[in-house]
Design a protein around this ligand. Structure first.
Ligand SMILES: *Cc1c(COP(=O)(O)O)cnc(C)c1O
Length: 373
């Protein structure tokens, strides 16, 4: 085994081919004036077509898309929004932007996604929405979640930033709730550098989000520069959308590569006492980030592991801390699963161009570490 790899193994990075370069090249040369939205519209159309959603609105980030979705769906200051303990902080920040109250709910042991039974137990008269998160590519129990939402008249936003390409009972994640959101940050399965998308099957939600994303400008008002209300601006640029269009045309390949990389990891690590991303019947996992939660018996020391991996030039990441454990929130330690597993959890490199040999190298370091160095 090589002690120090000559090149750092990144956690993730976009897959760039001549297609991305040619579209971005065209956009930078020609995509101005009356063509300044051309790639944006093409990107939205290709993306909604792939996903099976009626409408798609490209944004500068997923965080912005969540903010727009919450506002377009009528969530207001004082409302309660149910959200899983285990997710990236961007899932909850827009809830705070509008002055609503996040209610953190525990996750399931196997998928690390929100526990539907715990959703039920957290509903109050103030609950207006549920943000579900398909964490690390894993798939939420959407039938049960939609059933609860219907029963209590709640809005469901799917944060599918990590679930692009995953499928639940024949439907792509993000297309099942009242709205779905995606991120195209440089670490995500499909990238535009920075970027996001809001999708919905509801024309009214889409129209509302579009107006809010354009400073409150409503073409129906008929007068240029005359607004009835103020809005926001989370627009994507035509240059970024050009890259997004190329990536969307390659999405099947991008997801396939993620699945391939995951299967290499799963194969090599199957002898280790741990849990990895599951793939239940009737679902397809796009495995954004191969994740390992070591069994308790291994006494896994996460900080020592990161120090070891860093010294060996391998980028790896911690499983998300329970959100409520962050200093700006009040901790909800009764969310036992989240609080129990996070310290034993790690995410592994999975950039599309990663070779089987590199996966083997990463696994050798893991094994080496577990044997005790
Ligand atoms: C990456 C991510 C986001 C935020 O995406 P940005 O495009 O960086 O705003 C939101 N939610 C989840 C679950 C994410 O992983």
């Amino acid at each position: 085994m090589k002690d120090i790899l000559s090149k750092k193994i990144p956690i993730n990075k976009p897959s760039i081919t001549d297609l991305e370069i040619s579209y971005v090249n065209d956009a930078i040369r020609n995509g101005w004036g009356e063509k300044c939205y051309e790639y944006i519209h093409k990107f939205e159309k290709a993306f909604s077509g792939y996903l099976g959603s009626k409408h798609a609105l490209a944004t500068a980030s997923c965080t912005g898309a969540i903010h727009l979705a919450l506002m377009a769906l009528g969530i207001k200051s004082g409302d309660e929004v149910i959200i899983p303990e285990i997710t990236w902080i961007a899932s909850v920040e827009p809830v705070l932007y509008i002055g609503a109250k996040p209610v953190f709910v525990d996750v399931l042991k196997d998928t690390w996604c929100i526990d539907p039974q715990k959703i039920r137990e957290s509903i109050t008269s103030k609950t207006k929405a549920i943000i579900v998160v398909h964490v690390y590519g894993n798939i939420c129990d959407m039938d049960e979640i939609m059933k609860i939402a219907k029963e209590y008249n709640l809005i469901v936003i799917e944060d599918a930033a990590e679930g692009l390409g995953s499928v639940y009972k024949g439907n792509k994640l993000g297309s099942i709730g009242h709205a779905g959101v995606f991120s195209f940050h440089g670490t995500k399965t499909l990238s535009t550098g920075e970027g996001g998308m809001l999708v919905t099957n509801d024309a009214a939600i889409y129209e509302r989000a579009k107006i809010l994303n354009d400073h409150g400008r409503n073409p129906k008002d008929g007068k240029t520069f005359w607004m009835k209300e103020y809005g926001y601006k989370y627009k994507i640029s035509n240059l970024q959308a050009a890259m997004g269009l190329a990536q969307t045309e390659r999405i099947k390949d991008l997801v396939e590569k993620k699945r391939q990389i995951y299967s290499w990891y799963a194969d090599i690590l199957k002898g280790i006492q741990c849990k990895m991303n599951p793939e239940h019947t009737d679902t397809l996992n796009s495995y954004w980030l191969p994740t390992v939660v070591f069994d308790k018996v291994l006494n896994f020391d996460r900080e020592a592991f990161f120090t070891f991996m860093k010294a060996n030039n391998v980028d790896s990441r911690p499983f998300f801390y329970p959100l409520s454990s962050l200093p700006m929130f009040k901790s909800v330690e009764s969310n036992k699963v989240a609080y129990d597993i996070y310290e034993r959890g790690i995410n592994l490199p999975s950039y599309h161009d990663m070779s089987e040999d590199t996966v083997k190298e990463v696994c050798q370091f893991i094994m080496h570490f577990l044997r005790g160095v």
